[in-house]
Design a protein around this ligand. Structure first.
Ligand code: APR
Length: 252
């Protein structure tokens, strides 16, 4: 398949601004790895009630149900392989084209693909946190807790997934690191996000207001589309296959 005009336009911008580019990713970046998105056609929030599964109140009233659901998501992610998009972003970081990734995803697939500079705004499904002493522990990719309700080794209290739930703030240190990275960038690749969840979506919105170039990769129109200079209406895996080749061509 020949690359679209939009892919060519994006590739020349990536060549022109190499080294000043940040990727901002959402669930769509992992969709081709078999991980459901949240608001798409078969999105999780069309099948499950977020207020019952992804809020502090839901966990306080029924931690077993919330853990059951997270362990189910962990079982899907544990079987997933990074997509072409994850791999190309990791290669571009290695080659000095990309400064880093700011992600809303908790699946750990960017790191799995070899990305080092990854800012996880919404935490990680492969990390737990004690609801009492606050201690955090990395489980490691693919390691699903055996217990129905895992407990803290230090104080014995209930552990929770170290992710950001609705009605919870994004960790300030992570958000500030993301703002810093965005402030140094000239181009933002916005990949597979509906751009409706705040404060995460404020990052690309403010970047566009500051005159930075947004390149959107998403088969569908989103909340951020009208801010984008280039809109690649293709699945991320396919789009990055083209972009990798076009950027490679331009650079050799
Ligand atoms: N390639 C690129 N984009 C895709 C693909 C694909 N193969 N498949 C779907 N998409 C797009 C959809 O069109 C949609 O715009 O990915 C987007 C996914 O949007 P959401 O499901 O809303 O996911 P996201 O934007 O990451 O949600 C943000 O909401 O539920 C919370 O904490 C959760 O981090 C999540 C946040």
């Amino acid at each position: 398949m020949k690359p679209s005009r939009e892919c060519k336009e994006a590739a020349s911008l990536i060549k022109e601004y190499r080294g000043s580019i940040v990727a901002f990713t959402g669930a769509g970046a992992s969709a081709e790895a078999g991980i459901p998105t949240f608001r798409g056609k078969d999105g999780l929030w069309n099948r499950y009630r977020p207020e019952e599964l992804a809020t502090p109140y839901a966990f306080a009233t029924n931690p077993r149900r919330v853990w059951e659901w997270y362990k189910w998501r962990m079982s899907i992610i544990a079987k997933a392989q990074p997509t072409m998009a994850h791999k190309v972003l990791a290669n571009w970081e290695r080659d000095g084209i990309l400064m880093g990734v700011v992600t809303q995803n908790v699946d750990g697939l960017h790191q799995r693909a070899g990305s080092f500079k990854v800012i996880e705004l919404h935490g990680s499904i492969w990390r737990v946190r004690c609801t009492s002493c606050g201690i955090r522990r990395d489980l490691g990719f693919g390691n699903i807790p055996k217990e129905d309700i895992p407990r803290c080794d230090e104080c014995g209290n209930i552990l929770r997934p170290d992710v950001v739930w609705f009605q919870e703030p994004v960790p300030l240190d992570q958000f500030q690191r993301a703002e810093e990275l965005f402030s140094e960038a000239k181009v933002i690749l916005v990949i597979g996000t509906s751009g409706v969840v705040m404060p995460a979506a404020l990052l690309p919105i403010n970047a566009a207001r500051e005159g930075k170039i947004l390149i959107e990769v998403n088969p569908e129109e989103t909340n951020l589309s009208n801010l984008a200079r280039v809109r690649i209406r293709e699945p991320a895996g396919k789009a990055f296959e083209h972009l990798a080749r076009l950027v490679e061509e331009d650079l050799t």
